[in-house]
Design a binder for this molecule. Structure first.
Ligand code: 5RP
Length: 226
């Protein structure tokens, strides 16, 4: 199977997983990116089986609406039963790097208020140690240079994502060469830098279930202890 087919397979697996739990009142949290897009397109096939969705980005909201799926403000919808989203990297503890598409802040908020976070990814995303993928951080524009200097003190090499503005009006720094052998601790250190809105480490609130697309089929990997 090629990468697109693997994405399609994990999206279908996520739909199969949540479908028995849905009713007319269900509101589903929906992530951002090409894998999440496969999931959105499949959600459209069962759009009469649930109420609507909360979107983690403007792009996802537009795609949901294009399928006639109502999009709700999180403030009137949380807590959510399920959040389904992709990732840039996942380790065996289901800690993630996210934000390749720049939607990390809203993604982290929706993950936080969801009872079950289902991560869907093809096998290229599974790693032993997080950090080969440059870690995105969303930064208030006026703090960009300050945050960059603080990141250098942590051993990382920040690169400004040129020409990109987040849905929240901020900028993204992608951090290369950061030691993320202790993801929870690094997430907290980054949270403590003034000017960072959100960092793309999802370790304090990891995924609960990873549906991983492999050439042998979709592996279902629950977080240990869940
Ligand atoms: C967007 C994300 C995406 O989930 C991540 O970039 C994976 O995207 P894709 O499914 O296209 O590989 O975090 O901010």
């Amino acid at each position: 199977m090629n990468q697109d087919e693997l994405k399609q397979a994990v999206a279908q697996a996520a739909l199969d997983y949540i479908k028995p739990h849905l009713d007319q009142d269900s509101i589903i949290g929906v992530g951002t990116g090409s894998t999440a897009n496969c999931f959105i397109d499949l959600l459209a096939t069962i759009r009469n089986d649930f109420d609507g969705a909360v979107a983690s980005s403007d792009a996802t909201a537009e795609r949901l609406k294009s399928h006639g799926i109502p999009v709700y403000d999180l403030n009137s919808a949380a807590p959510l039963e399920f959040y389904v989203d992709g990732a840039d990297e996942a380790n065996e503890r289901l800690e993630l790097i996210k934000g390749g598409g720049g939607a990390l802040t809203r993604e982290k908020i929706v993950a936080e208020v969801s009872k079950t976070f289902i991560c869907i990814a093809d096998e290229s995303k599974k790693v032993d140690i997080l950090g080969a993928f440059p870690l995105p951080v969303e930064v208030l524009p006026m703090a960009r240079s300050h945050v960059g200097r603080e990141i250098v003190k942590l051993g990382g090499d920040p690169v400004y994502r040129e020409g990109f503005t987040t849905d929240n009006g901020n900028v993204i720094l992608d951090i290369y060469n950061l030691d993320i052998s202790r993801p929870i601790q690094m997430e907290e250190k980054l949270n403590n830098i003034v000017g960072i809105v959100t960092n793309g480490l999802f370790a304090r609130r990891p995924a609960d279930l990873l549906l991983l697309g492999t050439s042998e089929g979709v592996q279902s990997i629950p977080r240990k202890g869940v």
